[in-house]
Design a protein around this ligand. Structure first.
Ligand code: NZQ
Ligand code: ZN
Length: 387
């Protein structure tokens, strides 16, 4: 196992009563800004429930945060925070709203141009407003991590920042808040969480059996509950498992002490920035191609994945790995996600545009992935394999 430092300061309240307990953990004199998305929480009554829970507080609201939240929109919230002297943020929505609130939390305290937060990947953040996260879409794990992904629309740039200062102080996980999700977003969430686990699991062995078994457990649960939670939106137990699995998939636990890849995510972010594909949909295209192209580099863990997740025990090692990759693609298809760029109407010209965008984000000589082998040449091979 590799040496590690693990930090996670987020209090988690889980279950049907989580929302009603929330106020216990919000300072009595807080001046609160509730941030939300394009209106789902207004239509399904979640916002009303939060207003009730926060009755007695000085509460302001900021809605309209888009999927793949934009710097431009969020700067409006930063202004409001300063004007109203807000002291506490509550983000209610999907990963986009929670990520957006993290940016607002950091930008409100930031000395200098807030875009610098993204340019320096969060390294210069000294403090941030406290934030409570109420996820309504189990997917990103943003409710219990210190990561945020923000898009600057005018530059077609989607950038990541991380900081210990933007971990939510509170994550309120109520599976019933997900009952209104459209099937497309449920499927996206399952795939995003699944790929988060794979990006921390399918690297190379470092004798980390605890991390491996945690990861394999999460993958198996996601496979087990995928069909039922899509077919039965109000099946509480299935949604509860999905929600907790998605949170644990990216709260730092399974990635502590093991190598991490993230190259599929970084290429996927460019796909969203240029062509607007949903985050999870970019992963369903890029990840299988990435694993195929880097099969020999990831041989040992791919074989373990084939055996322990897909119960494949016969055939040559290469055949077993190929079958596991076929099964992974078939799983994404079964959930309604495409696994090739051409299915989204994209061709070779998109490959060139994506490669240019990757250079813009990571420099001309980037080297991504757990072994830093994902160079511009390798990224080209992956994108061509994903056509
Ligand atoms: O905006 P509203 O009206 O709320 O509708 C949203 C949105 O249209 C809808 N939705 C959410 N909860 C709902 C609901 N509709 C009905 N009922 C509910 N209960 O779902 C749509 C998608 O929401 P969004 O927040 O964009 O999705 P997701 O949670 O998948 O977040 C994606 C964003 O997170 C980033 C992605 O890059 C993308 O920007 N990520 C953040 C990460 C992190 N912070 O650690 C890691 C991830 O890998 C990812 O990169
Ligand atoms: Zn993701």
């Amino acid at each position: 196992m590799m040496d590690f430092s693990f930090f996670n300061p987020t209090r988690v309240l889980f279950g049907r009563t989580a929302l009603s307990q929330m106020a216990t953990f919000v300072p009595k004199d807080a001046r609160i800004l509730v941030l939300y998305g394009s209106g789902s929480v207004v239509r399904n009554g979640t916002l009303k429930r939060i207003q009730t829970v926060l009755d007695g507080y000085d509460v302001h609201e900021f809605g309209g945060i888009e999927p793949n939240p934009s710097f431009e929109k969020l700067m409006g919230a930063v202004k409001l925070v300063r004007k109203k002297n807000i002291s506490f943020l509550v983000a209610v929505g999907g990963g986009s709203v929670i990520d957006g609130a993290k940016f607002v939390a950091a930008a409100a305290h930031y000395d200098g141009d807030p875009w610098e937060i993204l340019q320096t990947r969060g390294n210069r953040i000294q403090s941030a407003l406290p934030l409570a996260a109420i996820p309504t879409l189990p997917a990103t794990g943003s409710e219990m991590n210190g990561t945020s992904v923000i898009t600057r629309t005018e530059l077609s740039a989607k950038r990541v920042f991380k900081s210990e200062h933007v971990f939510p102080v509170l994550a309120v996980l109520d599976p019933t808040l997900t009952f209104t999700l459209p099937p497309r977003q449920v499927a996206n969430g399952i795939v995003d969480a699944f790929v988060h686990v794979l990006e921390q699991y399918l690297t190379y062995p470092v004798d980390g059996p605890v991390q491996d078994r945690f990861a394999e457990g999460l993958l198996r649960v996601l496979l087990d509950i995928a069909d039922v939670t899509l077919a039965e939106p109000e099946n509480y137990e299935a949604r509860a498992s999905l929600m907790w699995a998605a949170t644990l998939a990216l709260n730092g636990l399974i990635g502590a002490g093991v190598p991490q890849d993230w190259s599929s995510h970084l290429i996927g972010h460019e796909l969203t920035a240029l062509y607007g594909l949903d985050h999870a949909r970019t992963l369903a295209v890029i990840l299988p191609a990435m694993l195929s192209v880097r099969k020999s580099e990831k041989h040992a863990k791919l074989l373990q994945y084939a055996e322990r997740i897909w119960n494949i025990h016969t055939g040559s090692e290469n055949e077993r790995i190929d079958t596991a990759l076929d099964n992974t693609r078939a799983f994404f298809h079964r959930l309604g996600l495409e696994t090739s760029l051409s299915n989204y109407g994209l061709d070779e010209s998109a490959v060139e545009a994506l490669l240019a965008s990757l250079r813009e984000t990571h420099g001309n000589d980037y080297a991504l992935g757990e072994n830093r082998t994902v160079s511009p040449e390798l990224a080209r091979a992956v994108l061509e394999a994903s056509l």
